[in-house]
Design a protein around this ligand. Structure first.
Ligand code: 9MR
Length: 349
């Protein structure tokens, strides 16, 4: 199928009142300088988004900032299996619906995250002794119900999240163990049946650079495409850390996936550091944010960037990496950091 830019594809959604009905940078012919990250990205035919949790949306200033500055969002946790199917066959989309409603109300592109991964699964699923037939039926029903519920409302889905180990072998998950590697193709086919217009992604971390893990994804995407499996994108989470160095092969890596005929996106960007944050570290962080942005802009099929939250106030980092933090472009007081201005500059070039 011919390539369509993200916003061209999104235009179909816009007619349904979903996204990007207001794109000031292009709507006024560029006379009024675009101000927000979302506006600047839209002028480049891309989205610039930030994930949110439903709890954050109760913080009025935070929610106002998210809606104002970004033209895309995703749910940090609310669409994961433990939240959406807490008991077998009993679906609960209450929290997910709140995030989707927020996105629609504010004309934001909505990315669905995630239909399946090895974490945040409900106990009934992990504790069951399933046969392959039973687990296949469970997985098909889960994907079908969830994708159908958000049909026409989710621009894209992270269908399978993090299925590979660091060395590029299959991660030993309940799905891989019981169903074998074919579960991935099945998941994409079921998702596509439930919403033929949603862009379907694989998604992982530590795949920003060229190495064994991203090589394995490259081979998988290539073979899925060859088999006619409906896969449309590769998501590069982008959980970076200053102490591990910048992934210098990012642009080349994005391009080699795009060359396979899929979209690419940065899906969970944050750039953490060892605390305390110093001016030097914040300056390096700002450069990295700009460099990731430029890498995406340099690859025609890079459709957009999503931050994993936009502010240090609600970041997952301090709880998971004690002694690290300050990973996002806004600080704990919701004030923009050097990274914010660096992204803005990169999007303006
Ligand atoms: O941000 C999420 C955090 O609130 C959860 O506690 C955590 C559970 O593992 O998952 C976080 O989001 C993850 C995402 O779903 C997949 N990629 C890694 C993200 C950070 O762990």
């Amino acid at each position: 199928m011919a390539h369509r830019h993200a916003l061209a594809a999104l235009a179909a959604f816009a007619t349904a009142g979903l996204v990007l009905t207001a794109v000031p940078a292009s709507a006024d012919g560029g006379r009024r300088p675009a101000k927000t990250l979302g506006e600047l990205a839209a002028a480049k035919d891309r989205y610039f988004g930030a994930a949110t949790d439903v709890v954050g949306l109760a913080d009025a200033e935070y929610a106002r900032q998210l809606a104002h500055e970004f033209n895309s969002t995703t749910a940090g946790n609310e669409l994961k299996w433990y939240a959406t199917e807490p008991q077998q066959g009993v679906f609960d989309f209450t929290l997910g619906d709140q995030v989707v409603h927020f996105a629609r109300k504010n004309n934001m592109v909505f990315r669905g995250h995630t239909l399946m991964w090895h974490n945040q699964l409900p106990d009934w699923l992990t504790n069951g002794a399933w046969t392959a037939d039973q687990l296949r039926a469970i997985l098909k029903n889960h994907i079908t119900q969830e994708v159908r519920h958000y049909r026409g409302k989710a621009y894209s889905w992270d269908v399978v999240n993090e299925p590979f180990n660091e060395d590029g072998t299959y991660r030993d998950t309940i799905f891989y163990r019981i169903l074998g590697p074919g579960y991935i193709a099945d998941a994409f086919r079921w998702a596509h049946e439930a919403d033929p217009h949603a862009k379907l992604y694989l998604n992982d971390y530590n795949v920003e650079y060229i190495g064994p893990k991203s090589d394995a994804y490259h081979a998988l995407v290539k073979s899925l495409k060859a088999e006619g499996v409906p896969i449309h994108g590769m998501g590069f989470q982008g959980h970076l850390a200053l102490q591990y160095g910048y992934p210098t092969t990012l642009q080349e890596n994005l391009q080699r996936f795009a060359d396979l005929g899929v979209d690419v996106a940065i899906t969970e960007l944050d750039i953490r550091m060892l605390l305390p944050a110093t001016d030097d570290k914040l300056a390096t962080q700002a450069k990295w944010y700009a460099d990731v942005t430029k890498a995406c802009l340099a690859v025609r099929r890079c459709v957009g960037i999503t931050l994993w939250g936009h502010t240090d106030k609600y970041s997952w980092i301090p709880a998971f990496f004690p002694g690290e933090g300050a990973a996002l472009p806004y600080d704990e007081n919701l004030n923009p950091k050097p990274a914010y201005y660096a992204i803005r500059d990169a999007l303006s070039q």
